[in-house]
Design a protein around this ligand. Structure first.
Ligand code: KIV
Ligand code: NA
Length: 265
């Protein structure tokens, strides 16, 4: 198959082809994910937790993401590589442009930005300068201090409406992909129906255009941090790391993952 490009994302949504995305932090796992047919790899700031052993994503730096992006880029040829903008690296358009440029020069094809509000200006600033952007709404882990913990977002009607308005604004600002984290199934379904860019769910029900999981979680390795309801260990049924990734990708493409037991009604 041809390597993934940004324009292929909208085509996949148009064709009803669901996207399988995993986080990845090094070349070894990137090679396996590539062989398993994973569509997108995210160098997530979750590396603060699963690689560095920190309590949150806040300590992760631009240099950390740049280093891991370089590592993953050496291992993966087919998947589209998305690099997370770490805490406050996207606080202003100028800072964001500097960090995102480093990530694209390290091999990423897109950067991910949490939130809407003042981040809409940042998204526009990057997109106008030829840097593809993935949005991230719902539970945004960089907001953990304000939120007071990792909780499902958009539960009441007003919050669901705000989430929908933010999703439309992020897409209109030029994002080509949108992660929805810890959002009730019907809210993510409505946003997915409304947008022409693909949505990627994590704890957002089965109606998103794709799904993402943290690599360590789907391999049953993340005993040190919270294990939310949406996490599924695919290693048992897959029998190997590559088998687990193939089982995840197949379940996403068939619409079998997540089921109701791994979603928030
Ligand atoms: O950092 C990360 O792993 C993420 C995903 C959970 C979407 O942002
Ligand atoms: Na992240």
């Amino acid at each position: 198959a041809a390597p993934w490009t940004v324009p292929m994302l909208r085509d996949a949504k148009h064709d009803g082809r669901r996207l399988a995305m995993l986080t990845c932090y090094d070349a070894g796992f990137a090679r396996v994910a590539d062989a398993a047919g994973i569509d997108l790899l995210l160098v997530g700031d979750s590396l603060g937790m699963v690689v560095q052993g920190q309590d949150s994503t806040l300590p992760v730096t631009v240099a950390d993401i740049e280093y891991h992006t370089r590592c993953v880029a050496r291992g993966a040829a087919q998947p589209l590589l998305v690099a997370d903008m770490p805490f406050q690296s996207d606080a202003s358009p100028g800072r964001a442009l500097d960090a995102a440029t480093r990530f694209l020069q390290a091999g990423a094809g897109m950067v991910k930005i949490e939130g809407a509000g003042h981040k809409l200006d940042v998204i526009r600033h990057l997109v106008e300068r030829e840097i593809p952007v993935c949005g991230h709404l719902g539970l945004t882990p960089q907001s953990v201090l304000r939120l007071g913990g990792y909780k499902v977002q958009g539960r009441d009607e007003a919050a669901a409406r705000r989430l929908r308005d933010d999703a439309i604004a992020v897409a209109e600002a030029g994002a080509e992909l949108l992660v929805l984290e810890c959002v009730p199934t019907p809210v993510a379904e409505a946003i997915t129906a409304e947008l022409s860019i693909p949505t990627i769910g994590i704890g957002a029900g089965p109606h998103c255009d794709g799904q993402v999981l943290v690599l360590h979680d789907m391999l049953g390795l993340a005993s040190g941090h919270r294990r939310p309801k949406f996490v599924k260990d695919f290693l048992g049924e897959g029998g190997s790391v590559q088998g687990a990734m193939e089982a995840f990708a197949a379940a996403v493409r068939e619409g079998a993952f997540p089921d109701a037991g791994h979603s928030y009604a």
